[in-house]
Design a protein around this ligand. Structure first.
Ligand SMILES: NC(=O)c1ccc[n+]([C@@H]2O[C@H](COP(=O)([O-])OP(=O)(O)OC[C@H]3O[C@@H](n4cnc5c(N)ncnc54)[C@H](OP(=O)(O)O)[C@@H]3O)[C@@H](O)[C@H]2O)c1
Ligand SMILES: [Zn+2]
Ligand SMILES: [Zn+2]
Length: 370
């Protein structure tokens, strides 16, 4: 069977021959891969700074953003049947019995660091014609999401981040006691940093939560990313045209920052202008670089005097996958053309080298196996 992977010891990237492991447990589901999204993590693995093959394997199959169709189920599989569309999660728990997060099914909070991740760390990914997975790590996607469900995994980043933000903001009784039926973000202002796939999907999430949403990113308007952001009712502001101080003048009190930029200089400049009782959630993962200068006294003073919270959020839990599926259904009904336009290219497995190694083009590119 064909798969796309890396051989770190030879610094090679490309199509490999790979055999799908037999179903060895009754709760395992066999999946025919339909689509796999490519993201910055895959591209980083292809520069060999990151990524780890499974023990005993020379290669690592890439791909962690997948949509597949079930072709076989083990005898103990209860809620998934042949023909279902499924989206798998990425991270698997560590084996330490005293790791409370992993034992509670919250391996996104793994306390030991010994978790594994499909397509990234010590487990093969999904960029292969077929794969197997335990039922508990698969989420059934309704058929009407067939052409967009490959976006579920990148959307889970915003879902987990927002769940964390709302948990933190329970400290504010007027947020906690939000009247039933009123969107939780109504009357609040959110700034999304970055208009890549993580930022665009995050902006859709903020708008659907009722926030007055601003996306602060690099490229000048007009550009396709700004067009998508504005099509869902958010405002796009280019960092090339407006400083962070101008941004805050336009927005007013910033209640929430969803950082999806991965550029620390911009992130800390915006942290400097976070509003009263505001929450700042970091999701970007910058590569290590020399230290930068920030106005640390001002930031520290603000965090204290403005009762701010700063949250880091990585990966996603089961609740985030369920929420992403539910929200994607909302997006498809509310913005059918816009959500589909986030996927800017579908490519065959033979194009994988240029997709993974050449300069990134478009917004979300997908390898299609059909
Ligand atoms: N926490 C997690 O679990 C998780 C999961 C996945 C990804 N991530 C991280 O999330 C971040 C975003 O991912 P992505 O795939 O959406 O990235 P991406 O496609 O690279 O998008 C980054 C966006 O930021 C903008 N940008 C870059 N430099 C800028 C600058 N100096 N000023 C203003 N805007 C700037 C880019 O503008 P242009 O449009 O002009 O290029 C682009 O729109 C990355 O750091 C990634 O590592 C985290
Ligand atoms: Zn990804
Ligand atoms: Zn753990």
């Amino acid at each position: 069977m064909q798969a796309v992977g890396v051989i770190p010891s030879k610094k090679e990237v490309g199509v490999l021959e790979h055999s799908n492991p037999e179903i060895r447990h009754d709760d395992v589901v066999r999946v025919r891969c339909l689509e796999v999204g490519i993201c910055g993590t895959d591209r980083e693995i292809c520069t060999f700074v990151y990524g780890q093959p499974p023990e005993g394997s020379e290669y690592l199959i890439l791909g962690h953003e997948s949509l597949g169709e079930v072709i076989d189920v083990g005898s103990a599989v209860k809620n998934i049947k042949v023909g279902d569309l499924v989206v798998p999660s990425v991270r698997r728990p560590c084996e330490h019995q005293d790791c409370q997060p992993c034992r509670a099914g919250l391996q996104d909070f793994c306390a030991t660091g010994d978790f594994v991740e499909r397509g990234i760390k010590a487990r093969h990914g999904y960029m292969t014609e077929e794969y197997s997975e335990h039922e508990q790590f698969l989420y059934v996607a309704p058929k009407n999401l067939r052409d967009v469900a490959v976006l579920v995994e990148p959307l889970t980043i915003a879902e987990k981040a927002m769940a964390q933000v709302w948990l933190a903001q329970q400290r504010l009784p007027w947020v906690k006691n939000n009247p039933q039926g009123t969107p939780r973000g109504k009357g609040l202002k959110a700034v999304v940093l970055g208009a890549g796939p993580i930022g665009i999907l995050g902006a859709m999430k903020m708008v659907s939560e009722g926030f007055d949403t601003y996306v602060y990113s690099r490229s000048r308007k007009p550009n396709p990313k700004a067009a998508l952001v504005e099509a869902v009712g958010a405002k796009y502001i280019s960092a090339l045209d407006h400083t962070v101080d101008e941004l805050v003048e336009m927005v007013g009190n910033i209640d929430l920052v969803y950082e999806a930029i991965g550029v620390s200089s911009v992130a800390y400049d915006v942290l400097r202008v976070l509003g009263n009782n505001g929450a700042f959630v970091f999701t970007g993962i910058p590569a290590p670089k020399p230290p930068i200068e920030v106005d640390a006294d001002l930031i520290m003073r603000n965090v204290v005097l403005k009762n701010q919270v700063i949250i880091g959020s990585v990966n996603a839990d089961a609740a985030a996958f369920e929420a992403a599926l539910a929200d994607l259904d909302v997006f498809v009904r509310r913005w059918p053309e816009t959500i589909r336009a986030v996927i800017t290219g579908r490519f065959s497995i033979d194009d994988c080298q240029s997709l993974l190694l050449d300069k990134a083009q478009g917004i979300k590119n997908v390898v299609s196996f059909t």
